[in-house]
Design a protein around this ligand. Sequence first.
Ligand code: CAA
Length: 290
Amino acid sequence: MPENTIQTIGVIGAGTMGSGIAHVFARSGFSVILCDIQQDFLLKAKDRIRTNLNREAAKGKLPQDQVDQALARITTTTDRTALAQADFAPQIVIEAASERFDLKAELFQSLDKILPAEAILATNTSSISITKLAAQTQRPAQVIGMHFFNPVPVMALVEIIRGLQTNQATYDAVHALSKLLGKTPIEVNDSPGFVSNRVLMPLINEAAFTVMEGVATAEAVDQVFQLGMAHPMGPLTLADFIGLDVCVDILRMLHQGLGDPKYRPCPLLVRMVDAGWLGRKSGRGFYSYP
Ligand code: CAA
């Protein structure tokens, strides 16, 4: 395993995943530049990270004095070109923007121009082809998937996805980095939904079908998985946690990418998304969140 030379990380996108990623890197001693398009998003992200670091300190998982130290390692900016400043330049940027190919393609083209030639471009995408994103850049061998799980500070896994073009040095660097975060990296090749969502989304979808068909209530379906299979959350609680819109988007992508009707989104899920019932974030999904 090569020695880690990475000290500064860029994170694009300050939503739940981006702020979780910034949190774990800062907690592990890395300098982080967190970038989003609005100052407001960055302020909210810093608040969320502070709350979660304090939560860890309260549980004795992190010395209290390290909360402020970790926060001080996070710089925020709304200016993407700030990533190019020589004394600042990150050796890796992890993109955690919205899950839209056109948006990510534009970001990758622009980051490719801004960043030093040796920098790695990683994406936290849960479903978009790494191979296709790599092809947007002049450094396809240095593009890779680094898929974290929510809540990032808690979940042990990083699913590392090799695109067709990804070279071994890039893989090794990201593997070593994941271990320095205290995570367990698992290697996967580029394919729709990778492993995590290719297996998880059909479970959530089938759970929704059982509710739609009146086989059981949402509560009963979830209890079957919590009590019978020791899942920390049942599949429908988890769907609310992930966002029903995200689940439907991933199912559509699996359906289209793999061409198998078994991935078609459950009509109940689609109707709920149409109604704006997106799960926890909208206050209503399979459950209510007053
Ligand atoms: N930051 C830091 N710590 C956090 C945290 C956060 N955001 N959220 C929770 N925690 C910690 C708590 O402090 C607590 O620590 P201790 O065990 O030391 O007490 C621990 O996590 C458990 O939290 P709670 O007791 O508050 O709540 P819980 O027991 O109900 O657990 C949960 C919450 C960790 C989310 C648990 O329900 C769980 O593991 N659920 C499954 C989550 C999951 O499957 N995530 C993957 C989603 S899929 C995805 O992300 C990828 C995709 O592509 C769609």
